[in-house]
Write a protein that binds this ligand. Structure first.
Ligand SMILES: *Cc1c(COP(=O)(O)O)cnc(C)c1O
Length: 382
């Protein structure tokens, strides 16, 4: 969507790129020194904006970028040649040829993919980089761990493929350490079956943000694959990862459209789900589910006005949301309101906001809509 940047902001996301860079450094500092950093920037860098985020992570020293699809890979490649890029999702057959055009690595799960990508490399007169993915219990992409050797052999014998990495993905790293340990064991057992593996030349990666909480000190893993944590958001409340001192990168803000007082007994918003039990001063916010404040958070979410929490009254609507400011600070037309982020002494974290909407932080970040301009704080302070 075009943003008419001369117009005042009504609802926006502020993205602090210096905080992003500090987060990457903090995460790195918490890991063994040899660990390489795969920056996961799929879905427009979790809604933060792919070019801005990737550019800053390049500056901060990310080793490889992971994206979901070729469109994202092409957008990333436009920023410059040389950066290794891995596409995490399966390619469609008519997409294969673009692996060479954009110089990106593909994820391989099946024998058919090996043959397809090898043929694409042959047609382009070059080799295609691939990361072999092993399914250790996620049940999504990857070759089932017991069948990994056959796939490894097929890659080793494909003249136009170059093995650049081997990886797996955890199903419950944030709440099931036993199953995560089982997945690690299966991954290690599969790796042990590949003869003459040049481990040091490959990216061997398993851990996403939550995974690094239980990552063993010594292992053949030499890379991590980080999405959420680099944006300063913990996978769950109380995570041990709180010891990695990351800061929130994104805050989500709007402003007050009008303030008025309604008499006790009035019902507010669509569906009349909320009846006022006292004379109530309400503020009507310039944001709704059309911006990424989920309707599921109706009657549950809180916002910050003047640093104080104010509850949402009734249903969130497409463009407006009603909040109770009776007990709150002086609230006036035009005042800034925080949906996610800090204001005064108050803070609303992505995790809390997500619970109000019955969702998870990943989905919350992806759900801030295109209508919401991203405003970048680009100071170099690290
Ligand atoms: C999205 C994704 C990640 C990043 O996970 P976070 O929990 O956001 O760190 C890592 N690996 C794969 C395969 C993914 O799809």
């Amino acid at each position: 969507m075009r943003t008419f940047s001369h117009l005042p902001l009504r609802c926006w996301a502020e993205i602090d790129l210096a905080a992003l860079e500090r987060n990457l450094r903090q995460i790195r500092a918490s890991l063994p020194a040899h660990m390489r950093y795969v920056a996961v920037v799929k879905a427009d860098a979790y809604g933060h904006g792919l070019p801005q985020v990737a550019g800053r992570l390049m500056h901060a020293g990310a080793d490889l970028f992971a994206v979901a699809n070729l469109t994202e890979a092409a957008a990333l490649r436009e920023l410059g040649p040389g950066w290794p890029i891995l596409v995490l999702s399966p390619l469609l057959p008519d997409e294969d040829r673009y692996l060479a055009d954009y110089d990106v690595a593909a994820t391989v799960s099946t024998l058919e993919e090996v043959d397809r990508f090898n043929a694409a490399g042959k047609a382009a007169g070059r080799t295609i980089a691939v990361h072999l993915k092993i399914d250790t219990g996620m049940g999504r992409l990857g070759v089932w761990h017991e069948e990994a050797p056959a796939l490894y052999d097929r890659i080793a014998r494909a003249p136009h493929l170059q093995l650049a990495g081997i990886f797996t993905h955890f199903a419950s790293p944030d709440d099931d350490p036993d199953f995560t340990a089982e997945q690690r064991q299966r991954f290690l057992a599969a790796l042990a079956q590949f003869p003459h593996l040049p481990l040091a030349d490959l990216f061997i990666h398993a851990d996403n943000s939550a995974g690094i909480e239980t990552m063993p000190g010594a292992s053949p893993f030499n890379a991590v694959r980080i999405g959420l944590l680099q944006f300063g958001v913990l996978p769950r409340a109380g995570s041990l990862l709180a010891t990695v001192r990351t800061e929130p990168v994104c805050s989500f803000r709007t402003r007050i459209g009008i303030v008025k007082t309604l008499p006790s007994g009035t019902t507010v918003s669509y569906g009349r789900t909320r009846t006022l039990t006292r004379d109530t001063k309400v503020a009507i916010l310039c944001a709704g589910y059309g911006d990424g404040l989920p309707r599921a958070a109706s009657n549950r979410a809180q916002v910050l006005i003047g640093g104080r929490r104010c509850p949402v009254l009734g249903r969130v609507t497409m463009d407006q949301t009603i909040v109770d400011v009776t007990d709150g600070p002086a609230a006036a037309c035009g005042d800034e309101v925080v949906l996610i982020g800090r204001q005064g002494g108050g803070e609303i974290e992505v995790a809390e906001f997500s619970r109000w909407a019955d969702t998870i932080p990943w989905e919350t970040l992806c759900s801030i809509t295109k209508r919401v301009p991203r405003i970048y704080k680009t100071a170099l302070g690290t």
